[in-house]
Design a protein around this ligand. Structure first.
Ligand code: PDD
Length: 275
């Protein structure tokens, strides 16, 4: 398989990065994941804009447009140009002797690779989730490669045969380890506001737009952990998760225990966007 590394498309096995890369030493970098559906990347512009915003947030000076221009040739070289696939993009601060502060004048390391993957039309899967204290830092708006907190939380879910962990910060549900989370109560849709406690997911933004066009009432408000078991519906959103109903939280069923009516409407509307 092929990868894009610092301007060249090379065999994955031959692509090497220094052990002094700050991505390796500090997790000092940011990333994006996009899905290509029916021949085009789903909300590519929004993903690229978020990537650029994250670069600015951590003061990495890098021209993300050159990366975007290289995507077609990477897809071609990877043998996925006509296919549905996923694309991973990562930019780290670069290679320098280890010191915490940003070393001046270093060149960022840019990596991209694609792999064939067809997402289901609508995610009819059901997610069981568990809750756990949000032990991550407080800049969750930065899509950074230091994902240890998210990794540990997802592992915690897997160990309990669950798909996701819902993070609870100061008594309020923020998001999940690699998804955003929505709730429905008495016809009103709730999701945490896009502040520094969550990653403002592209799928989250798309679903909020769909709520608007379906005339659903939305409150950008996190749900208290103590109110979780009174919710009528709950669902996860994310690039590969799409819109997935939550069937159980901490072993107790949510609503009817499968996708409720609002979740289904949003899933159908989401499907229409992709075709
Ligand atoms: N996960 N919250 C977190 C912590 C995430 O890592 C993600 C994405 C989301 C959803 O964002 P989006 O809708 O833009 O994919 C929310 C990516 C896909 C991942 O690390 O695999």
């Amino acid at each position: 398989s092929k990868v894009y590394l610092n301007g060249a498309i090379v065999d994955a096995g031959a692509a090497t990065v220094s052990v002094f890369d700050r991505g390796f030493l500090f997790g000092d970098g940011i990333y994006e994941v996009m899905a290509r559906i029916n021949g085009r990347f789903f909300y590519q512009q929004a993903h690229m804009d978020r990537l650029k915003a994250c670069l600015r947030k951590i003061d990495i000076d890098y021209d993300a447009d050159t990366l975007e221009e290289a995507i077609p040739s990477l897809l071609e070289a990877s043998g996925v140009s006509g296919k549905d696939c996923m694309l991973y993009i990562q930019i780290t601060r670069g290679v320098a002797p280890r010191q915490h502060a940003y070393p001046p004048g270093i060149r960022p390391t840019a990596l991209m690779y694609a792999w064939e993957k067809a997402l289901p039309d609508i995610n009819r899967g059901l997610a069981k989730v568990v809750t756990r204290e949000d032990f991550r830092w407080s800049r969750c708006d930065i899509k950074m490669t230091s994902l240890l907190g998210n990794v540990m939380a997802n592992q915690y879910a897997m160990e309990q045969q669950c798909y996701e962990t819902l993070f609870v910060r100061d008594g309020v549900v923020t998001e999940a380890s690699h998804c955003n989370v929505f709730f429905v109560k008495d016809g009103v849709v709730y999701t945490h506001p896009a502040n520094t406690s969550i990653l403002d997911g592209i799928t989250r933004q798309v679903v909020l737009e769909l709520c608007g066009s379906l005339g659903l009432e939305v409150r950008l408000q996190g749900v208290a952990a103590s109110d979780l078991h009174g919710m009528d519906e709950a669902f996860l959103t994310g690039t590969s998760t799409q819109v997935m109903a939550i069937s159980e939280i901490d072993g107790k069923p949510v609503g009817i225990g499968s996708a409720g009516p609002v979740t289904r409407r949003l899933q159908e509307a989401f499907l229409d966007l992709k075709t």
